[in-house]
Ligand binder design. Sequence first.
Ligand code: AQP
Length: 331
Amino acid sequence: MTRVFSGIQPTGHLTLGNYLGAMRRWAEVDQHRADSVFCVVDLHALTVDHDPARVRRLSRQTATLLLAAGLDPEVCTVFLQSHVDEHTRLSYLLECVATDGEMRRMIQYKEKSAKERERGGSVRLSLLTYPVLMAADILAYGTDEVPVGHDQAQHVELARDLAVRFNQRYGYAFVVPKATLPQVAARVMNLQDPTSKMGKSDESGAGVVYLLDEPDVVRKKVMRAVTDSGRDVVYDRQEKPGLANLLEILAACEGRDPEELSGAYDSYGALKKDAADAVVEVLRPLQERHRELCADPAYVEGVLRAGAEKAREMARPTVDAAYRAIGLLAP
Ligand code: AQP
């Protein structure tokens, strides 16, 4: 059976981009067709300046939202990365296979380290090595497919390269994974700056729809989305990125095609109104389920504990075999 692995960082409140680009597919498609493993990658949240209490709070909230989005612990495995030591054990081995140049070429590293320097902060070494830990997350589970949004495709490519290199030098140890991207909404853009990704660590949040935003807040944000000059509703990512983003969001929410949808509108206002309504409707059941789960934190904790146990069993043989293959003696 195909093994699917994907993760999500508790670095901020989850966004519509996380949901349409990744979580919805995990819940609606992947967990039902594959042996699926989903992880709150809390160690990754320590790669930038962080507040321990906030990471704890967001880790719980992220796990709760994954379940609220429809991940079913009866059919898939859900857990926190830091509860399964195999991730960091394997990460070190992969650091011995990866190169410094490879790490410095990662787009997210360039962007996030530049932002950190602009703020006058220092760049953590773990930000540079984070893609190796992500490769370990993926390779430890013999993963075939990694369903991610477009921004993570380069990191999955690195995991592939490291798997191939390790296998060639030290003998076969890892399945070589591939990224799978959604057909629509692979890159949901910021509503106030449609040339930037809608990200959870955005400072202002005005162009970001958070999964727990109240309906009137969602409506306001979508109605205030920056659109482009002109009046025609056409789907053109290069020339009209604001409009294209709204069309893609509406298309993703309603399971339609953005190009086809553009023909149905003759004003920006009508498109915004429908997009706002569609987002509110997509978020409604998720928010309701989230409220229910928040009333039962022991259930969520139990799911995470059982998930970690299952994940450990899955990962240990692969990681142990990699330790032997690279030249380390069994204890
Ligand atoms: N805007 C987006 N459009 C489509 N997919 C997206 N994803 C994130 N943002 C968008 C996908 O969500 C999954 C989990 O993302 P992550 O937690 O690994 O963090 P990230 O990719 O770094 O995304 P964020 O939310 O934007 O965090 P920050 O702002 O901290 O960098 C991934 O599959 C990702 O592709």
